[in-house]
Ligand binder design. Structure first.
Ligand SMILES: Cc1cc2nc3c(=O)[nH]c(=O)nc-3n(C[C@H](O)[C@H](O)[C@H](O)COP(=O)(O)OP(=O)(O)OC[C@H]3O[C@@H](n4cnc5c(N)ncnc54)[C@H](O)[C@@H]3O)c2cc1C
Length: 460
């Protein structure tokens, strides 16, 4: 252990010995998150129960120069919680209370360790919608979603997590507990620290409480699927749908390899002869949903769809959405290591980007399948390899390096929603340039002068 024993004793005094683990077997599960090929064992794991305990941990860590890595459910896909420099992993999942749901003010106040699904379900029971909808919602925490600015299947119409964060309680690395924003939908007093903290990946402060915006629950929703001969045809359909002023809640795509993997995995009755599938859905008043789905179907047909089908009932609509949600687990069955990426390009260049990805994968001799949020131009190329095949893993990482360069060359970005973490830090300079990287470091230093919070990540 590189952390002094006296630090561990103080940590035990702060949160109680029963909430601290240092045995190798106990800390090992916290040496990785959902990102394959990244692993680093922390010195200790602690589960604080209050903001005051978090503050005491951070004060201790700053004074003793010990790294602290905040962690929710550990479901991130960019090695954002890997303790590259050792230190204390601070897990927020004990702080999981839903403190308030207000239908009058259309907001909820939660502790940050609550799961996304628990918040959404509690809001739904009161006729309210918590719109952010990451595929990991049953496990991910709301704090982790805010720290990553998570997206999801409803991003096109509803936006991403940042659109719903009204206020935070945040503990700074120096131990101050601070409130940013609040219950207001309008507030322009000062720099927007709430937005700065959203997507800061646990490098500026530890979020302990959040106030998030809710919406009235839409009266109804439905889903449909369109099959196309090629992904280029599906891309044209996406442009036509949006070009005709239709902005549906969901507009997702799967390439042929994904369709095959999902069908093998979930037996949803998907066609096996299509080059691409578009999954579309909308919510709202029944007549609006019916009309929008009909118009989407018309645009798909006009751009060469082989077949367009609307879900005939709620169960089928859920099953179709599942086709998209289970893409990752379905592909994961094809090998022992699944590397999923997250490049984004301007929407009209989606099909072109998929072609580039296929060409890059071919050149590097790695199998790739791509799915993603067509409406957002956000692609998830996924390479599945044998975890013992070091050469294939190296080729996969090299291929993704080229994918990121291709995205940037097309006015895109290296990550649309999964974040930078340790995994993508080497590519961040290509996206931001040296001046912005330097500004990021100055912002980081203003929040975290000792550099103890999630070192080796953003702002490092
Ligand atoms: C099957 C699957 C599907 C997924 N689908 C999506 C998707 O559709 N869209 C999407 O955007 N992502 C998706 N993800 C990625 C992941 O679930 C999200 O990034 C999620 O927001 C992470 O939440 P978490 O609680 O697991 O956070 P963690 O992984 O524990 O942490 C993520 C980051 O947040 C920081 N952090 C966590 N809690 C706090 C806190 N309280 N204060 C400060 N910093 C904190 C950590 O330090 C780290 O940098 C998916 C992942 C999986 C495995």
């Amino acid at each position: 252990m590189s952390v002094d024993r006296s630090v561990i004793r103080e940590l035990e005094t702060i949160v109680g010995a029963e909430h601290v683990r240092t045995d190798p077997g106990d800390v090992e599960p916290y040496s990785r998150d959902a990102t394959p090929a990244f692993r680093a064992v922390p010195d200790a794991v602690a589960w604080p129960g209050t903001a005051e305990e978090v503050a005491a941990i951070l004060k201790l860590a700053t004074s003793r120069r010990v790294p602290v890595i905040p962690r929710g459910a550990g479901s991130n896909l960019c090695a954002a919680t890997v303790a590259e420099r050792g230190g204390i992993v601070v897990v927020l999942t004990r702080m999981d209370k839903i403190l308030e749901v207000s239908a009058d003010e259309l907001l909820a106040r939660v502790e940050t360790g609550v799961s996304t699904a628990a918040l959404a379900d509690t809001a739904a029971a009161q006729g309210l919608l918590y719109a952010p909808d990451p595929g990991s919602r049953t496990v991910s925490t709301v704090g982790g979603n805010v720290a990553m600015c998570a997206g999801g299947l409803r991003g096109l119409k509803y936006g991403v997590t940042r659109n719903y964060v009204l206020g935070t309680t945040v503990v700074l690395p120096t131990g101050e507990i601070m409130k940013t924003g609040g219950r207001l939908w309008k507030d322009v007093a000062g720099y927007d620290l709430t937005r700065l903290l959203t997507g800061s990946e646990g490098t500026l402060g530890v979020l302990t409480e959040l106030t998030v915006a809710l919406l009235p629950m839409p009266a109804t929703s439905n889903t449909g699927v369109a099959y196309f001969p090629t992904l280029a045809d599906a891309g044209r359909a996406v442009d036509a749908i949006i070009g005709h002023g239709i902005v549906p809640a969901t507009l997702e795509f799967l390439d042929a390899k994904c369709i095959g993997a999902v069908e093998q995995y979930a037996r949803l009755g998907l066609r096996d002869d299509a080059g691409a599938l578009l999954l579309f859905g909308d919510d709202g008043a029944q007549d609006v949903v019916d009309r929008n789905l009909e118009r989407i179907g018309e645009q798909c047909t006009a751009t060469g769809a082989m077949e367009v089908t609307l879900a005939e009932n709620i169960a089928r609509a859920q099953a179709l959405l599942e086709a998209r949600r289970c893409s990752l687990p379905a592909l994961s069955r094809l090998g022992t290591m699944t590397i999923l990426e997250d490049a984004t390009v301007p929407r009209p260049r989606l099909a072109e980007m998929v072609d580039r990805i296929d060409a890059i994968a071919h050149a590097h001799d790695v199998p790739v399948a791509t799915f993603g949020h067509a409406g957002d131009g956000n692609l998830h190329p996924t390479i599945v390899v044998d975890q013992h095949d070091d050469a294939a893993i190296k080729r996969a990482h090299e291929a993704f390096g080229e994918v990121f360069k291709a995205a940037i060359s097309m006015d895109g970005t290296i990550t649309g929603e999964h974040g930078v973490g340790a995994a993508k830090l080497p590519y961040l300079i290509d996206r931001l340039g040296a001046d912005q990287m330097a500004l990021l470091r100055r912002i980081k230093a203003a929040f975290d002068p000792a550099g103890i919070l999630n070192p080796g990540k953003l702002g490092s």
